[in-house]
Design a binder for this molecule. Structure first.
Ligand SMILES: [Zn+2]
Length: 85
């Protein structure tokens, strides 16, 4: 019996778990200032080791990610969020 070669029919999976959104969460709620005291919102944008999620992972736009970055760094300085765990 000859070995029959199966054609490769594997599809590459894109965007597993990450859904692309038309607008980021801060633009949708029309927030122009990300508060550093808003720990429940900021902690959603951190990994469980205390690192900031990338823009692709968090789904933020460039300007909102910059605001989030400064807010998290300010919250870390005020010891509201950890630098690392
Ligand atoms: Zn935005």
């Amino acid at each position: 019996m000859a070995f029959k070669k199966k054609p490769m029919q594997r599809k590459k999976r894109f965007n597993t778990g990450i859904r692309e959104q038309s607008q980021c969460r801060f633009c949708r709620e029309k927030i122009d200032y990300v508060d550093y005291k808003d720990i429940p919102t900021l902690s959603k944008l951190l990994t469980n080791r205390g690192k900031i999620f990338s823009r692709k992972r968090s789904g933020n736009c460039a300007s909102c990610q910059r605001k989030v970055k400064f807010a998290i760094k300010r919250a870390r300085y005020m010891s509201l969020l950890p630098y690392s765990l």
